[in-house]
Design a protein around this ligand. Structure first.
Ligand code: CO
Length: 175
């Protein structure tokens, strides 16, 4: 029975009212970006810009994670889907380890959330495996944390909180 999939979230976890009578621990606001591991950002610009028609939004280095990150946006600005290409800048960065094991490709899915520390505490107290027990700095003025793929249906999952107050939790939605 040890191979049975385990439910990631138990009923002990406190959750947020997300409307329509539904309750969610994480309360995802939307898809923030899709993370893709690459050996070279420059090598893939032609594919994303010319073949897919994505808008290049710039490159940012995140020293804490040992990566350079290029962002691309697809679709109309108000509904754009963002892709985050991750290139390692040192051999011990998690992306370098991923590339050694798996090669280039899909790395993670990131959801927009608010109140990240409280989400993490609720998940942790409910027995959900976290890679990051506390938020850490992300690209584009965000703070982020990763859930362990064993607790997120096999998909490495990033929770991403934009800083600057644009996704502050609505008053009275904590339940
Ligand atoms: Co990401």
């Amino acid at each position: 029975m040890t191979n049975e999939p385990r439910a990631a979230v138990t009923k002990r976890v406190s959750c947020y009212n997300v409307g329509e009578g539904r309750c969610s621990v994480i309360g995802v606001k939307g898809l923030n970006h899709i993370g893709i591991a690459v050996r070279s950002l420059d090598a893939h610009r032609d594919y994303y810009e010319r073949l897919l028609g994505a808008r290049f939004e710039g490159v940012e280095e995140v020293p804490e994670q040992g990566v350079r990150v290029a962002f691309y946006a697809l679709g109309p600005p108000e509904h754009a889907v963002r892709l985050e290409l991750l290139e390692p800048v040192r051999d011990d960065s998690p992306i370098a380890v991923f590339l050694q094991k798996r090669g280039e490709g899909l790395h993670h899915v990131a959801y927009t959330v608010d109140d990240l520390p409280a989400r993490l505490e609720a998940l942790r107290s409910g027995g959900v495996r976290l890679i990051d027990a506390a938020p850490r700095p992300g690209a584009h003025h965000t703070r982020i944390a990763f859930l362990h793929p064993k607790s997120s249906a096999g998909v490495l999952t990033e929770l991403c909180e934009p800083l600057g107050g644009d996704v502050a939790p609505p008053a009275g939605t904590r339940s």
